[in-house]
Design a protein around this ligand. Structure first.
Ligand SMILES: CC(C)(COP(=O)(O)OP(=O)(O)OC[C@H]1O[C@@H](n2cnc3c(N)ncnc32)[C@H](O)[C@@H]1OP(=O)(O)O)[C@@H](O)C(=O)NCCC(=O)NCCS
Length: 155
């Protein structure tokens, strides 16, 4: 059975393994240092947001976070660094983590959810009602476009 729990520093290596499994294709190698540094932040409900891991049978198979930034009304809340182990794609883990994160943002009072991802993953979020608001070709790296998406959080 899978469970979602808060990330701890002991999960750092497991999350980097998840990242590496999605290179190439979903992430470019240049993003790794940024992700590694970001994993070292003191996650909480404040400035850095919250980060979670999804475990199944004791293995960390997915990770992803939420953030709130009320100072910026044009982009007040969203998802950060979501990913599923490459050998575990299309088994429902991504949806489970997405629903958990939507629920957490509702609890925190968010009204909408922003995220950016590649052209390969945008269709996954579109299935859940996210709509594209911007697309920048090669923004993450050669061949990897940045797609900005938003969804309204119904009550
Ligand atoms: C995008 C991602 C999180 C989806 O997770 P997943 O566990 O594979 O997705 P699920 O198994 O929950 O899929 C749910 C549905 O979406 C579909 N789906 C999954 N990935 C999809 C994609 N990239 N494009 C379109 N549909 C997709 C599945 O086929 C499934 O459809 P079904 O309900 O009809 O069977 C995962 O592929 C991933 O980690 N990608 C790499 C990391 C990444 O790009 N992260 C970007 C955010 S920073």
């Amino acid at each position: 059975m899978s469970t979602v729990r808060p990330f701890t520093s002991a999960d750092r290596d497991a999350c980097l393994v998840l990242f590496d499994s999605n290179v190439p294709g979903f992430f470019v190698p240049q993003e790794r240092a940024e992700f590694e540094e970001w994993l070292g932040q003191p996650f909480d409900s404040g400035e850095y947001g919250e980060y979670f891991v999804l475990e199944d049978g004791g293995r960390v198979v997915a990770c992803g976070g939420v953030w709130l930034d009320p100072q910026h009304p044009e982009r007040p809340a969203g998802f950060s660094w979501g990913m599923v182990a490459r050998d575990a794609h299309r088994r429902g883990y991504g949806s489970a983590l997405l629903h958990f994160r939507l629920g957490r943002l509702r609890e925190l009072g968010a009204r909408e959810v922003h995220l950016d991802t590649s052209q390969h993953t945008a269709p996954f979020y579109a299935r859940f009602g996210f709509r594209e608001v911007r697309r920048v070709p090669d923004s993450y790296g050669p061949g990897l476009d940045r797609v900005d998406l938003v969804a309204e959080l119904g009550g």
